[in-house]
Design a protein around this ligand. Structure first.
Ligand code: DX5
Ligand code: ZN
Length: 229
């Protein structure tokens, strides 16, 4: 099995030293930089917007993975694209026309992602998969770092793996929330290909060791396939 992509979430970094924190995880072997954009409306917390993304763009060559927890999202997508985000992911609940939103992201030359909250069913995205490059499964409720991993989402990840394998284009299956070396094996066994981690990387004394621990986590866990035990 190929090792998963690791996307540290800046949410758990030292916000007084963002540029240094971004450079540090690039040197420590991160694959992507995950940026949590919160508006205090779609989720009960506030972070930062396109101006900060643009300022950080100068400090890293890593793909910038913007996770928009804002509603409406559409009016801000061009601004995040111009700021230098490489991937732009939206929640289906953030606007009335998910298909149009994904078209907009693709039209700006960016990878388009959809994010499923713990209560959001797979059915909400099955009819737009042709426009999707990334599916992100939330294993916590969005809004805060450091929450406990919801193992109730593992069957959803396994079902998405089957759905993705039946597609004719590549879709990255990304997991967000409560990812640690302890929870990673089960999500990898369920079929995840990218792990987002805030606390488990930025809360660790040695970023390189923390990233390596996730990258080399074994894909072992409950067999969630329909025929599995
Ligand atoms: C939560 C964010 C996550 C968060 C994960 O709304 O989407 O990306 O940073 O933090 P940890 O890894 O600490 O659960
Ligand atoms: Zn996130």
């Amino acid at each position: 099995m190929t090792s998963p992509l690791i996307a540290p979430s800046l949410l758990a970094a030292d916000f007084a030293n963002l540029a240094a924190e971004v450079r540090a995880i690039e040197q420590a072997g991160a694959d992507w930089l995950h940026l949590d954009i919160m508006d205090g409306h779609f989720v009960p917390n506030l972070t930062f917007g396109p101006l900060v993304v643009k300022a950080l763009r100068k400090h890293t060559t890593l793909p910038m993975d913007a996770h928009l927890m804002i509603a409406p999202a559409d009016p801000y997508i061009a601004a995040f694209a111009e700021a230098g985000a490489d991937h732009i992911s939206v929640h289906p609940e953030s606007g009335p026309h998910l298909h149009r939103t994904l078209q907009l992201i693709r039209s700006l030359g960016k990878k388009a992602g959809v994010v499923l909250n713990p209560a959001t069913p797979i059915e909400s995205i099955v009819n737009v998969l042709d426009l999707v490059d990334i599916i992100m499964v939330m294993t916590v409720n969005p809004g805060f770092g450091g929450q406990a991993f919801l193992s109730s989402q593992l069957p959803k990840i396994a079902k998405l793996r089957q759905l993705i394998d039946a597609q004719d284009h590549e879709i990255i299956l990304q997991i967000d929330g409560g990812i640690t070396p302890k929870t990673a094996p089960a999500v990898l066994a369920a079929g995840a290909t990218c792990l987002i981690a805030g606390t488990a990387v930025y809360g660790a004394p040695d970023y390189a060791a923390a990233i390596k621990a996730l990258k080399t986590a074994p894909a072992t866990g409950p067999d969630l396939s329909p025929t599995g035990g």
